[in-house]
Design a protein around this ligand. Sequence first.
Ligand code: GAR
Length: 208
Amino acid sequence: MVLGVLVSGSGTNLQAILDAIGAGRLDARVAVVVSNVAGAGALDRARAAGVGTLVVEHARFPDRRAFDTAVVEALRARGVEVVVLAGFMRIVTDVLLGAFPMKVVNVHPALLPAFPGVHAQKQALDYGVRVAGCTVHFVDGGTDTGPIIAQETVPVLEGDDEKALTARILEKEHNLLPRALQWLAEGRVTVEPPGPLAARARVRIETR
Ligand code: GAR
């Protein structure tokens, strides 16, 4: 499975993917890491692993669709099959989603459908939930609304601040994202359309 990983930040989830590939836990290859932020730490992680990088600065494009067009071109040129949003802090458009239908995967630091969008961990703390977590899902046209592939929970502890909860969730993300990608690599993930049993498209994972 050829991956293209889109990043904006420190890239610890990218690192988890690279480590899982290195350890033989993820049968995939990262063809390119694309960042919309020139100084993103994720780029250093990619270079250290010998993975090609590309900076596509969103401010240079008139709109989101023009930015996505440039990203799609770069991904296609490198034979990417599955696109991973690993801390990619941009809303993607139909240009990317149409080029990779149900092949764009996002990791989000909350138990969706609760707390979509930015500052998910703070939203969870502010709400007073007792259990938080992370979600790996296919990206659709909404914000963090696409079919859920996998989730992992963490407790919210007395005295937690945003930093503590973020770190506890992030540790789970590092395990969950490569695991979900491996299911994809094994061809075990199917998106079932809405039907009599479910009003939404849902993911089915074939057990082995
Ligand atoms: C992760 O917690 C990821 O879930 C989140 O950004 C962080 C990136 O960390 N993504 C989002 O909030 C997207 N809506 P990383 O750069 O160290 O992987």
